[in-house]
Ligand binder design. Sequence first.
Ligand code: ADP
Length: 308
Amino acid sequence: MQRWGLPENKLPAGTVVLFHTPTLFEQFRAEVLTAGGMILFQTLLLFTLIVQFHQRRVAEQKGARGDHRTGAANRMTSMGEMTATIAHEVNQPLAAIVANASAAQRWLDRASPNIAEARTELSRIAVDGHRAAEVISTVRSMFADRSGDRSTVDLAEVTQNILLLAAGELTAVSVVLKSDIRIGLPAVLGDRVQLHQVVLNLVLNAIEAMHLVPGAGRVLAVALAAQGQQIVLTVGDSGPGISTENQSRMFDTFFTTKPKGMGMGLSICRTIMAAHGGELTVAESGPGDTLMRCAWPAKSAGFGGAVA
Ligand code: ADP
């Protein structure tokens, strides 16, 4: 069959093929699929870690200057920078993996598969996978000492900061802000920069959702209060709402319905909330009424003072 270039799938039904030589993929199917799965997993992990690292670095640089307004405003526009960083870091090994995988496939798909060439391509894929793994371990080591960043955080202050920053944007897109932020609430223990990120993300998502509905009647409702042993923040908007189907996917990495969205915001927010022993959920959603809810365990000490 090999000599006459007869492909196996063209044989009449019921034909018995003797002395069939299994292809590399048939022989090592589990190994090839495992390697592919690992590379995909490592790539996703790499994306998430680089985004988190970059957001944190931008926030730290701005925070060091003590200029909260500029800091968060820049975080708002950091998506473009982040994209460039990620593209730069992972584009090369990714492109090589894809090219080598296609080459290996072509070698295997030939009427007489060239096992040696396919093997070479697979080992190149493994080398690129290791290269990606090295980058991941470097990024991970940068995150190793994050526990040192924990401090008591006043969520009222964090929320007020973000609303102050968003004020210009709210006016520009005719959104009325209704805020009910209790002062003197118990503190939460956490990473101030990350908590700013969570609130900022929810507020920006709410504003962006309202771009989809007519200007009149756009309302952003932000409330912060204690509920039992928890501090609860709700961010409501009068946007189009979130379909039941999207509600089950919106926290997934890379899920987005926006033409220029990255779909990373909510998945990062949820990871941050989990790391703080809290949770992030959709409390309600229907046309003109979406309410996102964050709940943190309260630390016993209260902040008593006024918010910024
Ligand atoms: P991105 O903003 O880049 O799309 P996110 O992870 O922040 O990424 O959001 C994922 C998706 O969740 C959005 O694309 C949108 O479809 C949906 N979403 C998030 N917040 C809201 C909201 N307040 N109203 C309607 N849909 C929302």
